[in-house]
Design a protein around this ligand. Structure first.
Ligand code: NAP
Length: 858
């Protein structure tokens, strides 16, 4: 018999930190709320994970609620990293202080929830056969709460005791005089192994993948944090605008750009600080460049190796299989040192796999082990497991399981299309596990509270994201993770630890700061990407909250914070100095075979060039490159990283030829120098190490203008022959008034005002319609080299680039244009800074290669 149906405004699943704050916040809004919790008390993760050594890996002063200053002041943390019992008593204190328990049904698991279209309510059933209804159904069930299945054969036959770190006996376990086997070397294993081994007679650890762990350096609250209570408000605000939700230094420089000695010094300090959320932030390229990451990975490997006495054991325990930080790094206390004890051993189960668990222990391919107890520290079906274990059915009888068959489609990690009035706290698609969870929980709960207030004020009953917004967010999340090294690890972040789980990066990797801005922007635009229902019918606010690629967004946000005066407000000399200073902070490009600086004869005197030679054996074809900078800024070395990348990708000698700049040398000086450069390159090709006849031109922005003009001049002069032209966001029309000039006039680095400034310095109004200034305006566009033109969606010059490709094609040339969505004018040359343009760079190199002859291609 089902009990009488109760109804609430809000039902919450889980009474961990997310559930607790939700109850408090919903009450503040005057809503009736009920939370269902499987355990018999509050605490969530910290209620269940009671294994020896369980501690938080975020410092106590950070891993705590900020919503109530009095709570913040009255609670005293005893250590840098709090133990599980201390965190649990904090959760209990919060529950008591805000009298939250009266709205929680303990020992009550939620089993299902169905959206009722007629009543616009959720009907929620529990394991106690109770059905309750609510307007808003909120999952606060945790990201790491659904354990992974025990997927090792023979577990049920074991006659000793089995323990699992995620649901440890409340009274603890006495391992003294026991032979203990432990499977799993993630955070739980690494924390518990030293303490289990301290008491057990013998301990054998079965390791599948060696893991990075840095010493926690636990102890009293560190000195620099002891006064935090006196500045908690500012400290918390600072935390909200960091990547991981923990204040700390963020390196804006690049690991590969600093001398080895400085790098080692910085890593040493980082290591000794023992704060995992700071690890990957030491340099800007650690999580986007494998080579950069390797500098930290190898440092960590050496540190770990130095702790292990037996070199054979070190070979097993030192991690080698993934870049550091692409799996959650662990914090350890005496983990590696534990293996120096004579009664502790490790089995590399990749070399000697577990065949089965037997009644008396574990049998690997090569050996039988006898144990009194086996501990499983094998992890969780992370992020989606706890959501999908409940049978949630939305509109049209669609289950969440079906909807998420290929990965968790959702908007902002908070809401799901087809599931109205349904929220997930720290769901997949939000920073969640890559951040200080309590900070992320607070942000989600507060965002939901604001959203419900908005609905109330506007007389709206239901909300749900649109398909466009949902897909847009999922794509944005994928583009964000694809820029990083996270996909290189077989981690639970990637769903790789659970057989059959879709391989998608589950958390949003852009950081809590960028994510908070997204959520704020959505709200500020009247909840962009949502449709609402109510007595007045449906209200649709469809759209994408982020239209640029994630790295472009990050760059634009960074530039906004820098508040640089616009170039056009400066003198050319000031603009050049500023541009040089900006360039100096750019990531270095890859290594090439050889770099030679030299001089060539320009149209009116000597000019510099820089030659980049591939590592492969020559001779090579030659790509003559013209730099960007609106004819005013830059030089032959200013697109250095791009030229290196181009050299390697195209396997051609790249010669970046300088040209005279405006306003000192106005039109047509740059064009004439460009033509002189192509003549010089063709004449000297052999002495430069090139293959005669294998010459292409390439240029970016104003350099693209010069490259295009040079092709026309060479045609008219009857040579030199040019195999292909690649024009990257080129300037080809000084009279352009097309839509992109208006749409992208501001906000995307190259502004219309800056373009006008460049033109004003370069050429008079009348000169701008000369084809040597505006190649698009040439009467004769026939018989030009094959062309690839790269344009960017958010570039004022987009339409003129497209128009030039069309005009070339119409004139009978082999010409094509690729317009890159979400990119801006400066994306393509920004090697290392805008990884989402890597595909375009590969396309550029492929076009050059295709243009060169068979000899060059070989
Ligand atoms: P985990 O990181 O997923 O580690 C599970 C371990 O079990 C891995 O070593 C895994 O090997 C191994 N494993 C899984 N299935 C196996 C099998 N069938 N055979 C052999 N080995 C197997 O899980 P966790 O240690 O519970 O940690 C999960 C997350 O919880 C952490 O990453 C962290 O975010 C959080 N956590 C935090 C703390 C803290 O705050 N200090 C403590 C505990 C947990 P592979 O690596 O080869 O998959």
């Amino acid at each position: 018999m089902k009990s009488h149906t109760k109804s609430f405004d809000v039902i919450v699943v889980g009474a961990g930190f997310a559930g607790l704050y939700l109850i408090h916040k919903m009450r503040e809004l005057g809503l009736s709320v009920r939370a269902f919790e499987k355990g018999d008390d509050v605490g969530g993760t910290w209620y269940w994970n009671r294994y020896p050594g369980a501690r938080c890996d975020i410092e106590s002063v950070d891993y705590s609620f900020s919503f109530d200053p009095e709570l913040e002041q009255e609670w005293e943390w005893s250590e840098k990293y709090a133990t599980q019992p201390e965190i649990l008593s904090y959760a209990q204190h919060v529950a008591d202080r805000f009298d939250l328990r009266r709205d929680i049904s303990f020992e009550t698991a939620v089993e299902g929830a169905v959206w009722d279209e007629e009543t616009s309510r959720w009907s929620v059933t529990t394991a106690k056969d109770e059905t309750v209804t609510c307007r808003f159904f909120i999952m606060a069930s945790g990201c790491l709460s659904q354990p992974k299945d025990l997927d090792i054969k023979g577990v049920e036959t074991f006659t000793g005791d089995i323990y699992r770190t995620h649901s440890w006996p409340h009274d603890g376990v006495d391992f003294s005089s026991q032979r203990v086997g432990i499977i799993g070397t993630g955070s739980s294993g690494i924390q518990s192994i030293p303490l289990i081994a301290e008491h057990a007679d013998s301990t054998v650890v079965f390791q599948r993948t060696a893991n990075y762990a840095i010493p926690a350096g636990n102890g009293p609250i560190p000195e620099e944090k002891q006064d935090v209570k006196s500045r908690y408000r500012e400290y918390r605000e600072e935390a909200r605008w960091t990547k991981g939700g923990v204040p700390g230094p963020v390196g804006m420089d690049f690991a590969l750009a600093v001398p080895e000695e400085e790098r080692q010094e910085r890593y040493e300090k980082l290591w000794n600080k023992g704060i995992i959320s700071h690890l990957s932030l030491e340099f800007a390229d650690l999580m986007i460049n494998e080579e950069a990451n390797e500098t930290l990975s190898s440092f960590a490997r050496e540190k770990i190796r130095s702790k292990i006495e037996d070199p054979k054991l070190a070979e097993i325990l030192v991690p080698t299989e993934f870049p550091i930080c692409t799996k959650r790094p662990c914090l350890d206390t005496n983990y590696f040192e534990t293996f120096n004890k004579p009664n502790v051993d490790v089995v590399d189960i990749k070399a000697d796999p577990i065949v089965t668990i037997t009644p008396t222990g574990i049998a690997t391919r090569d050996k039988e082990f006898e144990f009194d107890s086996i501990v499983f520290a094998t992890g969780f079906d992370a992020m989606t497991g706890a959501l999908l274990v409940i049978d949630i059915t939305g509109r049209g009888d669609q289950s969440l399981k079906e909807k998420w068959e290929h990965g968790p489609l959702n908007y902002l990690g908070l809401t799901v299309e087809g599931f109205p009035n349904f929220f997930t706290i720290t769901g997949p698609g939000s920073p969640s596990v890559l951040s200080n969870m309590i900070l992320s929980i607070e942000q989600h709960v507060e965002w939901i509270a604001d959203c419900l207030t908005y609905m109330d004020k506007n007389n709206l009953e239901t909300l749900e994201p649109t398909k466009t917004a949902e897909l847009g967010w999922v794509e944005y999340g994928t583009a964000t993770s694809d820029m990083t090294l996270y996909p290189l690890a077989k981690s639970w972040y990637m769903g790789a630890n659970v057989p059959g789980k879709p391989r998608v990066c589950l958390p949003y990797c852009g950081g809590v700061d960028a994510y908070r801005r997204v959520c704020n922007d959505v709200a500020a635009q009247g909840y962009l990407g949502f449709k609402f229902g109510g007595p007045d019918g449906e209200q649709m606010n469809d759209g994408l909250v982020r239209r640029q690629q994630p790295d472009v967004v990050a760059l634009l946000e960074l530039m906004e914070t820098m508040q640089l005066p616009p170039f056009e407000s400066m003198s050319p000399a000031e603009a050049r100095a500023t541009s040089e200073a900006i360039n100096a902070g750019n990531p270095p490009g890859p290594e090439v075979g050889e770099l030679v600086d030299g001089k060539y004869q320009g149209a009116d005197g000597e000019l510099d060039y820089r030659l980049y030679r591939p590592k492969t054996t020559g001779p090579h074809p030659v790509t003559l490159y013209f730099h960007g900078g609106g004819w005013v800024l830059g030089d032959h070395a200013s697109d250095d990283a791009f030229c290196r990348d181009l050299c390697n990708n195209s396997n051609s000698i790249v010669i970046s030829a300088n040209y005279r700049h405006a306003p000192e040398d106005r039109f047509p000086a740059a064009a004439d120098d460009g033509f002189a450069a192509v003549q010089w390159a063709a004449e000297n090709v052999e002495s430069l190490g090139g293959i005669p006849g294998e010459l292409a031109v390439c240029g970016w922005s104003a350099g693209g203008n010069i490259a295009a003009v040079v092709c026309q001049l060479a045609r008219d002069a009857g040579g030199p022959a040019i195999k292909s032209q690649v024009l990257i966001t080129p300037v080809v029309d000084g009279t352009d008034t097309s839509p992109s000039m208006q749409e992208n006039a501001e906000g995307f680095v190259l502004t219309r005002a800056l373009m006008d400034w460049f033109w004003d310095h370069y050429a008079d109004e009348a000169e701008r319609s000369d084809p040597k200034a505006s190649p698009l305006l040439a009467d004769n566009l026939a018989n030009l080299p094959p062309a690839l033109i790269i344009t960017a969606e958010f570039d004022p010059l987009r339409d003129q680039g497209n128009a030039y490709a069309k005009a070339l094609f119409d004139a009978g040339n082999d010409a094509r244009c690729i317009n890159y969505e979400g990119q801006i004018h400066t994306s393509f040359a920004a090697v290392g800074a805008i990884p989402t343009a890597n595909a375009a760079r590969a396309e550029i190199a492929a076009a050059l290669k295709a243009g060169f002859g068979a000899l060059a291609a070989a």
